[in-house]
Design a protein around this ligand. Structure first.
Ligand SMILES: Nc1ncnc2c1ncn2[C@@H]1O[C@H](COP(=O)(O)OP(=O)(O)OP(=O)(O)O)[C@@H](O)[C@H]1O
Ligand SMILES: [Mg+2]
Length: 246
């Protein structure tokens, strides 16, 4: 598992709009960090830059001692070489594939024989408590089970970093609560470095080691949930926290 480092990272779309600006942050091995902020503040763009699906236009992104993106020096490691797992809110699972095939899919790009694929998939299905459901299609699963298929798919290639972008927003409140605990337990058990995107502050404060509050592409404050809640450093964070407590 690896450390993630942003140094003055920025993303300008079409040469003018700053989606993310002056982003400086270090994430430790095994840390659970949430990006929290209103719609359009740059959360997804930042995740996509970590994965290599979006190229930062400024600054440097580093995994451990490896520079994965440094546009000024024309360095860019493509997504398939970053070993980053992802789970997004939409299009989480493929409807035409059963559970096993969905989870095995990312391993297609690695040269593993059939029995190794079988072993890896079974291991990860056990972790997310879906063993026994290998042959079900997504429409034969509950919403929470489908989300766990997507999670298993993100975990199967043993990513150095796992990125989750609002993964629970389709679920009802009770299931969301259970999945929050499940994700946190799995993250701790596997000692995963995990970056979690949400605009739900309850979720961020409940799950994270540290929370990054973002606004208009920039970091307002980084701290533990307690630090952010008890001593907000800017007017924006203060307002944001107060509104959430109503
Ligand atoms: N491909 C693009 N071209 C131009 N602007 C973009 C593009 N993608 C995102 N943006 C802009 O960058 C800003 C950040 O978008 P981003 O998707 O990162 O926000 P977000 O924090 O994930 O919001 P949400 O909570 O609504 O998902 C927004 O103003 C958005 O309109
Ligand atoms: Mg988003």
């Amino acid at each position: 598992m690896s450390q993630l480092q942003f140094s003055n990272v920025g993303k300008q779309f079409n040469g003018n709009v700053w989606a993310v600006k002056d982003f400086n942050l270090n994430i430790a091995n095994g840390e659970f960090v949430s990006f929290l902020g209103p719609s359009g503040c740059g959360k997804t763009t930042t995740l996509r830059m970590i994965a290599g699906l979006e190229e930062n236009t400024h600054g440097v992104i580093q995994f451990d001692s490896d520079i994965v993106s440094d546009p000024q020096n024309r360095k860019f490691l493509p997504p398939e070489k970053r070993n980053v797992g992802m789970m997004f809110q939409s299009y989480a699972v493929w409807p035409h594939m059963n559970v096993f095939e969905n989870v095995a899919y990312p391993l297609k790009f690695q040269k593993l024989d059939k029995s190794a694929v079988q072993t890896e998939v079974q291991k990860v299905l056990k972790t997310v408590e879906l063993d026994g459901l290998e042959n079900r299609k997504p429409n034969e699963l509950s919403g929470g089970q489908q989300q766990r298929v997507a999670l298993a798919r993100g975990l199967v290639m043993k990513p150095r970093i796992l990125l989750l972008d609002e993964p629970l927003s389709n679920l009802d409140a009770k299931l969301r609560e259970k999945m929050r605990r499940d994700i946190r337990d799995i993250q701790k058990k596997l000692k995963l470095t995990l970056v979690y995107v949400t605009h739900d502050q309850k979720e961020a404060f409940q799950m994270s080691d540290r929370v990054v509050v973002m606004n208009k592409g920039q970091i307002e404050q980084v701290g533990t949930p307690l630090e952010i809640q008890s001593s907000p450093k800017t007017a924006f964070v203060k307002d944001f926290v107060e509104i959430g407590q109503l």
